[in-house]
Design a protein around this ligand. Structure first.
Ligand SMILES: [Zn+2]
Ligand SMILES: [Zn+2]
Ligand SMILES: [Zn+2]
Length: 296
């Protein structure tokens, strides 16, 4: 699904022959202080990172690509010289110059790269506390991968329901491309709102590693889950089965073989307390215990 135009950031080179748009939720601003960027940009390279397939160029015939290292090419406008982007020779990422965008409301530097190479006269911009959205965008921008492990991000949304889970739902879903991933995330945000409105909901841990999303959702019982899934989730399922949407998906519902004790350490004497009955004083030293955490 195409991202609507008003969800995109619009940039242009100095002479206006090259124009570019990016999804508004792309990661950034990232400051690269490496010696290549210093030489090419005169200072650090302030960039927005996006998936190459999400970047739309106009006037691409005016871009000259220069191989700045064995791994990377740099694009500049051959008329005005504006530095436009860094493009790794292999891989899906594209780093577009933040300076091309007249207006980046609410954006700040979320990451410094190679700060140790910053020259003595240079400045490493402060990285502020990240909003959850900036954190997710940054995590998605640079997924770390090894042959056996993929990294991503996770988040938990909890209702405060203290009861033990009667059932747990485990699901995963893979997107064909980053646009589908954005679409899955949009559905997921809506689903979580429905879940939080259901009294029998306990909590969800959900996230993405690369193009694979997962959920671990705890409920008091199956009826609670069915009520919540009859809301927006039913719409998402119709899209999934009725349209060419998502590459693969698996869902499951589990009932516990055993629900073990929930241990909390007493802050005064250091003993581990079984707080399954939600008592609030240490049985050894009688000091108050912290509130019992949710089971999930
Ligand atoms: Zn230009
Ligand atoms: Zn650099
Ligand atoms: Zn104690």
């Amino acid at each position: 699904m195409e991202t609507p135009e008003n969800d995109r950031l619009h940039g242009a080179c100095h002479c206006g022959r090259v124009r570019v748009t990016l999804p508004a939720d792309c990661a950034g601003v990232i400051a690269c202080h490496c010696t290549d960027c210093l030489r090419l940009h005169g200072n650090f390279f302030a960039l927005l990172a996006a998936d190459r397939r999400d970047v739309r160029w106009a006037g691409e015939e005016h871009i000259e690509w220069y191989r700045s290292s064995p791994e990377n090419e740099r694009g500049f406008c051959r008329h005005c010289g504006s530095r436009l982007a860094k493009r790794p020779v292999t891989g899906d990422r594209l780093m577009v110059s933040a300076g091309l965008f007249a207006d980046l409301p609410g954006r700040r530097v979320v990451k410094n790269l190679w700060a140790e190479q910053c020259p003595p006269w240079g400045v490493v911009p402060p990285v502020g506390p990240l909003t959850p959205e900036a954190f997710v965008a940054t995590a998605l921008a640079g997924p770390i991968e090894s042959p056996t492990a993929q990294y991503g991000y996770a988040l938990r949304a909890a209702s405060g329901n203290p009861r033990p889970p009667g059932i747990i739902a485990l699901t995963w879903i893979t997107a064909k491309d980053p646009e589908e991933r954005a679409r899955i995330r949009a559905h997921s945000r809506q689903n979580v709102q429905d879940f939080l409105a259901e009294p029998g909901f306990i909590s969800i841990v959900t996230g993405f590693t690369g193009l694979r999303g997962f959920t671990v959702t705890a409920w008091e019982d199956e009826a609670a889950m069915q009520r919540a899934l009859s809301q927006h989730h039913a719409t998402a399922m119709r899209e999934l089965f009725g349209q060419n949407f998502v590459a693969s998906v698996w869902t499951s519902v589990w009932t516990p073989t055993r629900v073990n004790r929930l241990w909390v350490r007493c802050p005064s004497c250091g003993a581990l307390e079984d707080v399954g009955d939600d008592h609030r004083a240490c049985t050894r030293c009688h000091a108050p215990l912290p509130a019992r955490p949710a089971y999930w």
